[in-house]
Design a protein. Structure first.
Length: 310
């Protein structure tokens, strides 16, 4: 295995670990909504994530001073990346919460995770990055698995106002993933993550001041949920995304990250005692198959080219 393959495998494992953390954050986020409103919860958790990463930045740059932006151009790129990623993350999380008011959790999970399709489509249209036939097949399998996992038997699937909001959420997550793919090779990954969270957190907190009521007692009751959602699901998992995407193409990255839906179901079973139906188990199996196929697709492609050459 060459150096590039080692980096790609390491990046894929970092993304998968991030998906595990996001999946198990479902219970924490649901608990937080018992005492706080959604926009203020999102705002505070993202501010907490950004603040946690400030000392991490100082520590990382003390060990690797070359990671600190020195020229004005580097500082502008760093700031621009944090703003773009933060705005997309803020829009995605806000639209998701608005859509959840009227949509079932399963349907919301399926529509939101459609970024697994939108990422390669947008990358192809905007940057002419064709992920290849095997990745497209993996994406189709992932969508089928998501449908089995998230949409119950007999539930209608008509386009409603909530669905439009959730499709907007999926589009914004697509923008966030593509922004990370664009900026992460050019800037410090930890700094980019810090600036993204501070931008998202400030926007969410300011909006909540005009639309919701924030109480100190509500924050205290949701403290454990805020800590997990802010530190683990936020600071840790999104930093893993930024570091992992440096060496993984955006189409494959989105495919790995949509495994969050699988781990949310597994987390619900382990933490909350929820039971997996045969339909959900089949959806998980299909999604795992899709990710494995995507991982081995470069090998399959090389074998196909070798056969043609012979």
């Amino acid at each position: 295995m060459n150096l590039q393959q080692n980096k790609a495998l390491r990046g894929s494992l970092l993304l998968m670990l991030g998906a595990v953390i996001w999946g198990f954050a479902f219970a924490a986020q649901r608990a937080g909504m018992d005492s706080m409103q959604p926009i203020s919860f999102n705002g505070i958790r993202n501010l907490l994530a950004g603040l946690c990463l400030i000392p991490v930045c100082y520590w990382a740059e003390s060990r690797h001073p070359e990671q600190k932006p020195s020229s004005p151009a580097q500082k502008r790129t760093q700031l621009r990346g944090g703003l773009f990623c933060g705005v997309f993350l803020f829009l995605a999380s806000t639209l998701q919460q608005a859509g959840l008011v009227d949509a079932s959790a399963g349907k919301a999970g399926f529509v939101t995770a459609l970024y697994v399709v939108l990422v390669p489509v947008f990358a192809w249209l905007l940057f002419h990055k064709n992920p290849g036939n095997w990745i497209w097949l993996s994406i189709l399998l992932a969508v089928a698995g998501l449908f089995l996992l998230c949409v119950p038997v007999g539930e209608g699937f008509s386009l409603s106002r909530a669905d439009v909001l959730l499709l907007g959420c999926a589009a914004c997550f697509t923008g966030q993933i593509l922004s990370v793919d664009h900026y992460s090779p050019m800037v410090s990954g930890v700094r980019l993550s810090r600036d993204m969270f501070l931008t998202c957190g400030l926007l969410g907190t300011l909006l909540s001041l005009f639309t919701e009521t924030i109480t100190w007692s509500g924050i205290q009751q949701a403290l454990i949920a805020l800590l997990y959602a802010g530190v683990m699901s936020g600071a840790v998992a999104y930093t893993l995304q930024i570091l992992g995407q440096r060496d993984v193409p955006p189409a494959l990255a989105s495919l790995i990250m949509c495994m969050e839906s699988v781990f949310s179901v597994i987390g619900g079973a382990l933490v909350l005692g929820e039971h997996l139906s045969s339909r959900e188990l089949m959806g998980c199996l299909i999604m795992f198959t899709a990710v494995v196929l995507a991982q081995v697709s470069p090998l399959l492609k090389r074998q196909g080219l070798k056969k043609k050459a012979d």
